[in-house]
Write a protein that binds this ligand. Structure first.
Ligand code: ATP
Ligand code: MG
Length: 393
């Protein structure tokens, strides 16, 4: 929005407007002069017709003249002229200012029409004083927020389109092989019973893959909704993670990976939606098992700070390239290697995890070096801290 940065400028009147102002000034002066003459004539006549009034005025002038030591009141009937001149100047000034304001308003309205014609990057650039400046600021603010709302809407539209494209792609791939293998069986293109079993087993696995994609997608769209309820309960994070580590022990053992929980706390009681948090840790541990490469260790560290629980799930083994780190939490993002190695996954796990942690008012990020690939989660300990976070965002 380059125009937005445009320097503020004063409104410059067109030559037509300047002529209008001059004409207005001249006409006002003529009208005022006529009015002055008319008042003077009327006043003289009244004075001539009433000697008592004349007397009273002359006495008043006398008193003023003596007190002020000035004789301006003795300059015959012309004593009214300075008052008239002053009054006239004020009236002319007032009318011209009013007319000038109208012209400024006209300029602002023209700018508004320009914006309304689709130039949403444009902002009214005038430097004004007083109420008009507030009007211009409010208009500019209104245009800003409207444009931001339109852009947000577009962004959402775009990301929905992307989601549909990605999902259709990821569903089509396993579906094609399911149809392919079932087709072979249907057409009798197999040698023996083993081959039928092989084909059905492939079709079955692909169907499971599709199911997990649909489930992930369902979960993802659920946690994306800002109104999704977080069923917070008080629980012991140490106990929860130790239990999870035990659940994964067998799977880890098969891969010759040792899984351990590291903490100095005996227990860490905090608030959170355990069902959702378990989903997050499940994904992190599964990821460490799936993508750890030649890893032989998964460590879950738990720390407690003044008002946060910090949980790190880390594995040694193949590091994640630096440029991939930033995109890990994007939905459907999978590091190249994992796609090519045909490790099954949808790339939604970390996007879901991030949403769940955000719902709790916390944050998650990844670090990776030669030694460790770590996913670090910061969670507020108590529900009231989550609320203040969610209100602020
Ligand atoms: P899903 O979890 O939805 O089944 P996924 O595991 O591929 O699929 P994410 O959990 O979002 O999706 O992970 C995204 C990608 O991040 C993975 O595909 C993998 O490339 C990379 N990744 C995640 N954890 C690790 C890890 N511990 N070590 C190396 N790479 C990882
Ligand atoms: Mg995963």
């Amino acid at each position: 929005m380059q125009n937005k940065l445009e320097k503020k400028k004063r409104i410059t009147l067109t030559s037509k407007e300047v002529s209008e102002l001059i004409a207005e000034g001249i006409i006002t002066i003529i009208l005022l002069l006529l009015l002055n003459v008319a008042i003077m004539v009327l006043f003289t006549q009244i004075l001539n017709n009433s000697p008592d009034l004349t007397d009273a005025i002359y006495r008043t002038k006398d008193i003023f003249a003596n007190n002020l030591g000035s004789d301006i009141f003795w300059s015959g009937r012309n004593f009214m002229i300075p008052f008239f001149v002053l009054l006239d100047v004020l009236i002319v000034f007032w009318r011209l200012i009013r007319r000038y304001r109208q012209m400024q308003l006209r300029h602002i309205i023209n700018e508004l029409h320009y914006i309304a014609n689709g130039n949403y990057d444009y902002r009214i650039p005038f430097e004004l004083r007083g109420d008009l400046s507030k009007v211009v600021d409010s208009i500019n603010g209104l245009v800003d927020s409207t444009v931001a709302a339109i852009e947000d809407e577009r962004e959402i539209e775009k990301s929905k389109d992307e989601l549909i494209t990605n999902v259709s792609h990821d569903i089509r791939t396993p579906l094609t092989s399911i149809i392919g293998y079932l087709g072979l069986i249907e057409d009798g293109q197999y040698q023996n019973k083993e081959e039928i079993l092989k084909y059905t087993s492939i079709a079955y696995n692909k169907a499971k893959q599709m199911k997990s994609l649909v489930e992930d997608l369902f979960e993802y769209s659920k946690v994306r909704q800002p109104s999704v309820p977080v069923n917070t309960v008080s629980f012991d994070m140490v106990q929860l993670l130790e239990q999870l580590a035990a659940d994964f022990e067998l799977e880890a053992h098969k891969k010759a990976i040792r899984i351990q929980v590291d903490t100095t706390e005996n227990q860490l009681v905090m608030d959170g939606d355990t069902e959702k948090l378990v989903r997050v840790f499940n994904n992190l541990i599964t990821n460490a098992l799936k993508y750890g490469g030649n890893a032989d260790k998964i460590v879950i560290e738990i720390e407690k700070t003044k008002n946060e629980a910090v949980v790190t799930v880390k594995n040694n083994g193949q590091p994640i390239p630096r440029e991939a780190l930033e995109q890990l939490f994007d939905r459907f993002y999978r590091v190249d290697g994992s796609r090519s190695q045909e490790i099954s996954g949808t790339g939604l796990g970390l996007a879901i995890a991030q949403n769940i942690i955000n719902l709790h008012g916390g944050y998650i990020y990844a670090q990776s070096n030669e030694e460790w690939t770590s996913f670090i989660i910061h969670l507020p300990l108590y529900k009231n801290q989550m609320k203040s976070f969610q209100d602020n965002h």
